[in-house]
Ligand binder design. Sequence first.
Ligand SMILES: *Cc1c(COP(=O)(O)O)cnc(C)c1O
Length: 373
Amino acid sequence: MTFAAVPFNDLQRGTESIRAELDAVIARVVSSGWFVLGPEHDAFESELAAYVGTAHAINVGNGTDALELGLAALGVIPGSLVLTVANAGAYTSTATRLLGAEPVYVDIDPETHLMSGATLERAIAGCGDVPAAIVVTHLYGALAPMDEILIVAAKHNIPVLEDCAQSLGARANGTMGGAFGHISTTSFYPTKNLGALGDGGAVMTNSAELAERVRRMRQYGWASKYSIESAHGRNSRLDELQAAILRVKLPRLDAANQRRRDIHAVYESAVATSSHTNELRLVNTATERFIAHLAVLETVDRTGARAALDATGIKTDVHYPVPDHQQKWPDFSPRHMPLDVSERAAGRIFSVPMFPELTDGEVARVAEALSAL
Ligand SMILES: *Cc1c(COP(=O)(O)O)cnc(C)c1O
């Protein structure tokens, strides 16, 4: 018996489904003769800010630049400490290192795999100096408990950056992730829930002052044309073409996120009927706090589970196999703090296919395979 593979992701499907509209806006930009920081760019900034519910959105070149500029705007300088988790793919660590600052890792909650108020409090107590910023990553599409995190952050007077690259559209009690912290960031890398046809990113904030700092830094530190008045300037801009493409996709984001949640709910039912011999569980559940960027499972027998799925043609991956503090960073030895939960999770997690254009038949096949684990 042979079966077609269930791909881990297939960007072509989503692109083809809106191909005519994409072609039309691409033609519009090409004809306009305006390719950087033009009307599509400005319109997308307004639309994104309105969607997230912040006063400002500032487009930049990618999600890692967004983190770096967001942290710089908060006052992170060489030698600063930045608190973050070690299980979120090292993007924040990379941005922090680019600023000459030092990431200090906070362990994760064993249920949610996210930072919690308690794990944050422990890390602050353990790190000695006063950190300059906290980066909360809403990993896999699930919002971290911002209420308790903000209480701890306020107690120690540390500003909070939310990384929404995987969570754009997730809400808690009516507020969208990205509108809780002092500043927030996202990425429009093609596989994100809101993805461009290339690189892109944005910074969101309610503070006019923070917004202005990021706006200057993204373009050489200019306060006005050719007048450099801010430190840490560089070139990090979003093209007109990508902005126009994102304007087509943003109005479809909520529906796409809901389709992902519905798929996740099918997986949840399947896992509920599995024998759980290997402590199999899905890390998240389909609520408004979660936009199912990834469908991540945890099991004590990851090798066996992945092999069983692979045998039925279902592709899997691991997000992320190497915690940040165990990367082979040249010239960097992270401060030693216990990260038992992050390390255990890295050895147990795996991700199954999750994208809105999965067919019902493919979803059923994944569900059947999960219930047989
Ligand atoms: C993708 C991602 C980033 C980095 O975005 P790029 O656009 O690839 O630089 C940052 N944080 C998280 C959580 C991400 O998933």
